[in-house]
Each structure stands twice: as structure tokens, then as C-alpha cells.
Design a protein. Structure first.
Length: 477
């Protein structure tokens, strides 16, 4: 009897496991074929038909070795054949990817030197891949910054006295072939490098990461490029490319007949999307080049394959214009946030609460005679349990900057203002106004003066854990 009951339990457990496997498999197949159909269908091609008007000097700036082919390998192949001069700038050597170190270096105990070894391997992969597309090693510039650090360089490690320590064990580049052989791991040094490269190459077109990319190195490199171009008033056609986003690309599989289209959540946020069609020859060349990234194929081959499609996708967008008014702004009125300058994608992040109090929908900016006003709108009602942050860089005519950080907790705004050297100029607590799904606050103009432009974004967090953010956006009068 006991043996019979034991066997019956085993059969039931096996049955449940098989049922779960079946359900999971059916769900996966439904997901795969739904997204494959979405990608293969050509009905969306006509939505993004505006061509790229490229000049003869194309500068491509990417965070890691492989992003240059992921984002625009087909474009590189085509435009090089048309006689265009192409320069590729690799900001980091991708040397902080622990999974890739484990798979490719296979040390019993990972050391800083192992991360440098991976960085050197990934450099060679990019050189080989770009030669496949027609470029030479002299067309590639390696900056040598630490992988995974660029968001920290943008924020906490901006100045030379506060350099970042990479997983490679260094606070400056250990790579002898770096553009600046003594490059310090700080934001100001990266801006200097970008300025020198742009001054020397004089690009007609600049390709750089999309500001809505969710990878911290990607959105931060996007910020650095945009900031440098605006600070020094460079004139070039600016195009963004997307690599990392929720449900992007769809599906993760090699589907050469499929297209790359913007995530649905990003279609209505103000970016103008452009389809760059690839010939079979260009698509084949991109796929061949992709195979050169051997350290990456070991850990994310399906992801890389998913970018070998019949087209590549690029975005353009303009700076926003903010207003100066006489009275006090009323942020309670209207269905749309008054003085809105940032539109964010909503319901696109698996970390978001159902209530939506942490899901950013929009941000506003306006000035009057005495104050600058920032406003935030969320999908749900704002709550004290969620923290709201505004980060901003004020850019002045003399090329100086001030950095503003506003941290709203329990509906009280703690603000700091620092100069370009990191010296604290202002530290205050200011009141916050709240209405339904909106909150806003005023910053006295005496703290910040009269900028030419303001570069800012909004962030939500809960208990110190990041939840959602908007893209950094440049606004001007």
C-alpha cells in the first residue's frame, strides 16, 4: 500500500511538471511567433520612410566593442562603399562584463588583469569585424574608459579629483592604444576627448546612443555626446540608435527577413524614426561581421543575431523650447502637463507598480522673473512612498556649467547646486506642491543665474532602488 501511494505521488508530480513545461512551451511559442509576425510584417515600413541625408564624414560613437555593428553595421558597409569617410569611437573596451570573462578567460579566480585581457580581446574583435565591412584599424579610436562606469562619470565621478575605479583595477586607462594614453576615469576627461575628436574629424553626421536606451553606459554616452555638441556649439546631423530597451529587439532570433521597428512604448515620445534599408549584400556583410565578436556570442548570441535584419533604425529629435512667463505657473490645469518639455514612455518597465505612482509620464520646465519651475507627472497619483529626483545641468554662454540635483522625499525637496569643479554652492530644503498625479517646485534664479540651455531628466525610486527615468532632454529659450 505504501509503495503504491509513493508511486502515485511520483506520477502526479511528473504529470504536474510535464503540464508546467507544456504551458511554458506554448507561452514561449506564442510569444515568439507573435513577435516574429510583428517584426516580419512590412506594414510599419511606411511609417518611417524619411531618408537619412548623410554627408561625407560620419562619426560613430559607441559605448562598447560590438555596438558599432549592432547599431549600424549595414550603414557602415554601404556608406564606406559610397566613398564616405567613417570614424568609429569606442568609449569603453567592454572589459567589465563578468560573464564574458568567465567564458573567455576561464581563470579560477577573476583578477583585475583578467578584465584587461577581455578588453584587449574585444578590441581585436571590433578591428576584425570592421575590416569585414571595409574599414581599416586606423578608422577606429579606442578611448579606454572603464566598462560600466559611464553613468558614474556623468554624475558622481565628474571631476579629476574624484576618479572612478574600474573592475580592471585602474582609475585611468591601462591600455596603451587609448586615444588619450593618460585618460583619467572622470567625466571632464571624457568630454575633453570627445571635443578633441570632433575638432579633428569635423563630422557632417554623428551617430550616438539613443537617450532612452536603458543600459547605463548607453544612455550616459548619449548624454556625453549631446552635452559636448551643445556646449561647444558643433553643427552636425545627429542620429541616435537603440540597442537596449524592454522588449527590444523582438524576438531575440536570427530573422533576416524581419525588420527593426521602435518599441511600441517609444513611438509617441517625440523621436522621429528613420528606417535605413539594407541590401542583401549589406545584411550579409553585417551578419558576417557579427560573428567576429566571439566573446559576446558565447554569452548573448541570440541577442546579437536579432539585429541582423532587413533594415537598421535611427532616431532624430530637436531641442525643446521652454517659456518665460510673468506670473506663477498653474500646474493643476489641463489634461496635459503645463509647460511640458519631456514626454516619457509609460507602462514599459517590469519594475513599475500597477498604481503607476512611480511611472514617469512627463516633465515640465518654465521660468518667471524670480524662479525656475520643474514639474513631474506620473501615470498614477504621486505618493510619499516614492522618491522623485530631478538632475539638471545649466549651460552658460561662457561655457561654464552648474549642476542642480533635487531629491524629493516625503514631498520635501532637498536641493544642491555645484559648479564644474564639484564645489557646493547651494544646499537647501524647499517646499513641494502636489496635485493628483503631479508635483512641482520652484528654484530661485539667484541660485542659478541665466543659462543658455538646461539639460535635465527625472527619476523615480523606492527605498533607494531605481525604478524609472526619463531621457535626458536639452531645453533652450
Amino acid at each position: 500500500m505504501a509503495l503504491r501511494l509513493k508511486m502515485k505521488k511520483r506520477v502526479m508530480v511528473l504529470f504536474v511538471l510535464l503540464a508546467l513545461i507544456f504551458i511554458y512551451s506554448m507561452g514561449f511559442l506564442a510569444y515568439f511567433y507573435t513577435n516574429a509576425e510583428y517584426a516580419i510584417g512590412s506594414s510599419r515600413d511606411k511609417l518611417y520612410v524619411e531618408p537619412l541625408n548623410l554627408g561625407d564624414r560620419i562619426l560613430i560613437i559607441v559605448p562598447h566593442p560590438d555596438d558599432e555593428n549592432i547599431g549600424m553595421g549595414g550603414l557602415i558597409f554601404n556608406e564606406h562603399k559610397r566613398g564616405k569617410k567613417i570614424k568609429i569611437v569606442i568609449v569603453t573596451n567592454g572589459d567589465g562584463f563578468k560573464r564574458a570573462v568567465k567564458e573567455s578567460i576561464r581563470s579560477k579566480r577573476i583578477s583585475p588583469e583578467d578584465f584587461v585581457k577581455l578588453g584587449l580581446m574585444r578590441q581585436q574583435e571590433t578591428i576584425s569585424a570592421m575590416k569585414t565591412l571595409g574599414l581599416s584599424e586606423s578608422d577606429i579610436v579606442f578611448l579606454g574608459y572603464a566598462d560600466g562606469s559611464i553613468n558614474s562619470l556623468w554624475d558622481m565621478n565628474w571631476d579629476y579629483k574624484n576618479a572612478y575605479m574600474g573592475l580592471n583595477g585602474h582609475t585611468s586607462t591601462p591600455y596603451s592604444n587609448s586615444f588619450d594614453k593618460n585618460a583619467v576615469y572622470c567625466g571632464k576627461n571624457l568630454v575633453k576627448d570627445l571635443k578633441n575628436i570632433i575638432d579633428d574629424f569635423k563630422p557632417t553626421d554623428i551617430f550616438y546612443p539613443d537617450p532612452d536606451d536603458v543600459h547605463r553606459d548607453h544612455w550616459a554616452v548619449s548624454n556625453f555626446v549631446k552635452f559636448t555638441v551643445e556646449l561647444y556649439d558643433y553643427r552636425a546631423n545627429m542620429y541616435t540608435y537603440l540597442v537596449h530597451h524592454y522588449q527590444w529587439p523582438e524576438p531575440w532570433a536570427l530573422l533576416p527577413a524581419a525588420g527593426l521597428y521602435p518599441p511600441l512604448s517609444m513611438e509617441e515620445i517625440g523621436t522621429k524614426w528613420h528606417i535605413y534599408k539594407l541590401s542583401p549584400e549589406a545584411e550579409k556583410a553585417k551578419g558576417t561581421a557579427m560573428k567576429e565578436y566571439k566573446t559576446q556570442f558565447k554569452v548573448m548570441g541570440a541577442f546579437l543575431d536579432a539585429f541582423v535584419r532587413k533594415n537598421e533604425l535611427f532616431g532624430t529629435y530637436n531641442n525643446k523650447v521652454y517659456k518665460k512667463i510673468d506670473g506663477v505657473p498653474d500646474f493643476k490645469k489641463g489634461d496635459e502637463l503645463p509647460y511640458q518639455v519631456i514626454t516619457a514612455s509609460i507602462s514599459d518597465n517590469p519594475l513599475l507598480r500597477i498604481e503607476g505612482n512611480d511611472d514617469l509620464k512627463a516633465a515640465g520646465f518654465v521660468e518667471n522673473l524670480a524662479n525656475y519651475y520643474f514639474a513631474i507627472e506620473t501615470r498614477g497619483k504621486v505618493e510619499k512612498t516614492t522618491d522623485y529626483t530631478i538632475d539638471a545641468i545649466f549651460i552658460y554662454k561662457d561655457k561654464n556649467i552648474k549642476r542642480l540635483k533635487v531629491y524629493v522625499r516625503n514631498f520635501k525637496a532637498n536641493i544642491t547646486v555645484a559648479n564644474d569643479e564639484g564645489d557646493m554652492l547651494v544646499k537647501k530644503q524647499l517646499p513641494v506642491s502636489v496635485y493628483d498625479r503631479r508635483l512641482w517646485f520652484a528654484i530661485p534664479k539667484s541660485y542659478l543665474g541665466e543659462p543658455e540651455r538646461v539639460f535635465f531628466n527625472a527619476v523615480t525610486s523606492i527605498a533607494g532602488k531605481y525604478i524609472d527615468k526619463t531621457a535626458w532632454t536639452m531645453v533652450e529659450r
